[in-house]
Design a protein around this ligand. Structure first.
Ligand SMILES: NC(=O)c1ccc[n+]([C@@H]2O[C@H](COP(=O)([O-])OP(=O)(O)OC[C@H]3O[C@@H](n4cnc5c(N)ncnc54)[C@H](O)[C@@H]3O)[C@@H](O)[C@H]2O)c1
Length: 355
């Protein structure tokens, strides 16, 4: 259980992918708590974005200003470089990853090497240290693949919802077999299973968080990834916005600081191991059309949108059943969608030169 009365000890925290969106918030959280933080990132997001380097390096420079954070430019595929940083850490937040589903389809090899081998390297380095490490792994709802699309839906004017058995969302016991995963789903599921086995076999404390839609500041969303941030940035900057499908697709959305709070409650708990479907849950959901409505009323203008066909592997609805993590960690998201989107709007306003 998570016990808020437990004394908070100074920890050495390694954040792989720490220059990314989730990783940068995790690194900041632990630096604010007085812990020693190492960010380990190969800055490949810069190449992925293939735009100006400014925004891709933004998080790196943002964190470099903190004296509690050591910045290491390194690749999780490079075992020899990674190994001593893992050995030296009490807590490893493994957020580094190839994150775009579309890229995994067009170029599956680096997706496999980063997500599967890179994660294996983190685990092997932990095992080689001879110490029991606490590890947080950023898994994904994509481990459930296309099975999610078999769930019964109800359709209303602006959204779809799950109906029947899964009206409260997808639980951790949901089937992972015999479905279309995409290479990204396969490589993340591989990593997810290795994490589970390293906890069982070698006694590391490992939290596997199967995340749905995380959003927040310092998220450089683009069309293929990070839709809440992408639509907000695009609407404010006047970039063309395309909706694939009918816009009624729904996700449970979780503001990034609520996610990091959940990680931290796992880290500071005595829970030996767990797998948690992680998102805003059934109380914090948003469809694309609802997000557009929210942005139009916030910006007080119409947002021009074009429509295109559904993309392969698009899910009409994904909502996490967050019962397990709420019960284990006495956790509940503090920031609802309207408040979270407002934070994003403010971030874009405060950083006019990032795009
Ligand atoms: N953001 C979400 O909604 C979401 C949902 C489900 C799962 N996830 C997972 O959470 C993790 C973090 O996602 P994010 O949104 O912060 O992505 P992000 O792209 O912002 O961050 C990932 C970081 O990992 C780094 N990286 C990539 N390959 C690397 C490598 N080989 N070695 C070292 N660093 C490398 C990138 O440079 C980047 O800074 C990822 O593993 C992703 O699969 C995210």
């Amino acid at each position: 259980m998570y016990d808020p009365q437990l004394p908070i000890l100074n920890m050495k925290v390694l954040v792989t992918g720490g220059a990314g969106f989730v990783g940068s918030h995790a690194a900041e959280h632990y630096a604010n708590a007085g812990d020693d933080v190492v960010v380990y990132d190969n800055l490949s997001r810069a190449k992925l974005l293939q735009q100006n380097d400014t925004n891709a390096r933004h998080n790196w420079e943002y964190l470099s200003a903190r004296k509690e954070i050591a910045m290491v430019e390194g690749d999780v595929r490079d075992y020899d470089l990674l190994k001593p940083y893992v050995a030296d850490a009490d807590v490893i937040l493994h957020t580094a990853g190839q994150t775009a589903v579309t890229t995994s389809v067009t170029d599956p090899e680096p997706d496999f090497m980063v997500n599967a081998l890179g994660t294996f390297n983190v685990l092997e380095a932990a095992r080689a240290s001879g110490e029991q490490k606490t590890i947080v792994f950023c898994s994904t709802n994509k481990v459930y693949g296309d099975n999610v699309n078999d769930v019964e839906l109800v359709e209303s004017e602006k959204r779809y919802d799950f109906a029947g058995t899964y009206a409260n969302g997808i639980p951790e016991s949901f089937d992972i077999d015999l479905c279309k995963h995409t290479p990204y789903g396969c490589s993340k599921l591989t990593a997810d299973l290795y994490m589970q086995d390293w906890a069982r076999l070698y006694g590391h404390r490992i939290g596997v968080f199967r995340m749905s839609c995380i959003y927040g500041t310092r998220q450089f969303g683009f069309e293929d990834q990070g839709w809440v941030a992408w639509f907000t940035i695009a609407a404010m900057k006047g970039f063309p916005v395309t909706i694939f499908g009918d816009g009624k697709q729904v996700r449970d959305v979780l503001y990034v600081t609520d996610l990091v709070e959940l990680y931290d409650r796992f880290v500071r708990s005595d829970v030996p191991h767990g797998v948690y479907n992680t998102g805003g849950g059934v109380d914090h959901t948003l469809s694309l059309l609802e997000l557009i409505d929210l942005l139009e009323s916030r910006l007080d203008r119409k947002i021009p949108v074009t429509y295109d066909d559904w993309r392969p592997s698009d899910q009409k609805v994904y909502i996490s059943d967050t019962t397990a993590s709420r019960a284990a960690f006495d956790w509940t998201p503090a920031i609802g969608p309207a408040e979270g989107v407002e934070k994003l709007v403010q971030w874009v306003l405060d950083n006019p030169d990032l795009w």
